[in-house]
Design a protein around this ligand. Structure first.
Ligand SMILES: [Zn+2]
Ligand SMILES: [Zn+2]
Ligand SMILES: [Zn+2]
Length: 383
């Protein structure tokens, strides 16, 4: 937590509260002097370079918040750094809070203990994924890996979440490209649901459900977007959102943090290809991506001892096209106006057009290019 400016009230500490009916946790992260009118986000498409807290011109302002910076590369000559990691000035969870669970009558709550870091992805205010040089995407993924490894080693941290909000509609409050890495003391509901689903499938079939999905999707091909020797990108059979894409390793791996350097090269290529295809195909390019990796080793309590056998790490990339309305909020159903087969065909079409324009395929090979040597039959993958 940063020091309040003299005269301003101190920021209340963040805390978790558990919904006693659904069991879901809500993080309360109150910022200083949040009036109702401040909560209504202004309708701006981007925030200006002037006064941007992440531009190198303002480096002096976040001295105490800076964790690490990486030196310039030839692609970013003349800049003081290429990637910079900061503590979030308004963290949703704070390492200044002690880990503490307690009750208030029938209600459960927990201190807002955790870690919240920002990765400023580039020194250039208007930079972004499709423009990053390939080597820069690899560097960014290595930063994600190294910070995730460090945060997952801290006491009481059970889950690491890496998220990126690109564009105002996706929740980015500052245009300058940046992502968030959060270390949490509890496993969030969405990942808990995935872990439980994977665990149930594994108990029944003794196989990883994602390995089986990947084998079947590669065999079928209709929902494949891109594919290379280590990773596959596809639209899920029951995708919640139009053009939502999942990227997953083709072999069973439970933690993104254990990715190897040769795999980072191929992950960088497929991520850049998918994000470029989404941004190139859609008129409103806001999107989120989220890394779903296994709960940390210290979270592997009695009921999660085998999680590495059945949880398969992946990235979810979600363009912000539809707005969640009353029916979705009230029912928990998603209404997706685009069939995932059509989303995948459209993204493949954009990638094919790039191939025709450039004469060579700029990203990982598509399913149609890739040799289809003995795809594993559905259901043959081992956990
Ligand atoms: Zn900036
Ligand atoms: Zn698997
Ligand atoms: Zn997921």
């Amino acid at each position: 937590m940063t020091d309040p400016t003299p005269g301003e009230p101190a920021t209340p500490a963040p805390e978790f509260r558990k919904d006693p009916v659904t069991g879901g946790w809500v993080i309360f992260a109150p910022e200083r002097s949040r009036r109702p009118e401040d909560l209504m986000a202004p309708e701006v498409a981007s925030t200006p370079r002037e006064g941007c807290p992440f531009c190198p011109a303002r480096d002096g302002d976040n001295g105490k918040l800076e964790i690490i910076r990486f030196p310039p590369t030839p692609d970013y000559g003349g800049q003081p750094w290429t990637i910079k990691v900061l503590k979030d000035k308004f963290p949703i969870l704070s390492d200044q809070e002690n880990y503490h669970r307690f009750g208030d009558g029938m209600y459960d709550l927990m201190s807002g203990h955790g870690h919240h870091e920002l990765v400023v992805e580039s020194p250039l205010h208007d930079d972004g994924f499709p423009r990053y040089p390939d080597s820069h995407v690899r560097d960014l993924l290595s930063v994600y890996q190294n910070r995730s490894l460090e945060l997952s080693s801290f006491p009481n941290i059970r889950q690491i979440l890496i998220t990126r909000n690109s564009g105002h509609d996706a929740g980015a409050q500052i245009s300058h490209p940046h992502s968030h890495i959060v270390g949490m003391p509890i496993i969030p509901k969405r990942i808990q649901e995935e872990v439980s689903g994977c665990q149930g499938y594994y108990r029944f079939k003794e196989r990883c459900v994602y390995c089986d999905i990947i084998a079947q999707e590669r065999e079928d091909g209709s929902r494949i977007v891109l594919d290379n020797d280590c990773f596959v990108a596809f639209t899920a059979w029951a995708a919640r959102f139009p053009y939502e894409v999942v990227i997953a390793p083709r072999v069973h791996l439970s933690r993104f943090e254990t990715i190897r350097p040769n795999e980072i090269v191929l992950l960088a290529d497929i991520m850049k290809g998918v994000i470029s295809a989404i941004k190139g195909s859609l008129p409103r390019p806001s999107l989120n991506y989220i890394f779903h990796t296994s709960p940390t080793p210290q979270a592997r309590t009695a009921e999660l001892t085998d999680v590495a056998k059945y949880y398969h790490w992946h990235i979810e990339i979600i363009p912000k096209i539809t707005r969640i309305a009353g029916f979705e909020w009230g029912s928990g159903f998603y209404i997706n106006p685009v069939m995932p087969e059509d989303s995948a065909a459209s993204l493949r079409g954009w990638l094919e057009r790039q191939k025709q324009l450039t004469g060579a395929f700029p990203f990982s090979r598509t399913q149609s290019d890739a040799p289809r040597s003995n795809p594993r039959p559905p259901g043959s993958a081992q956990g």
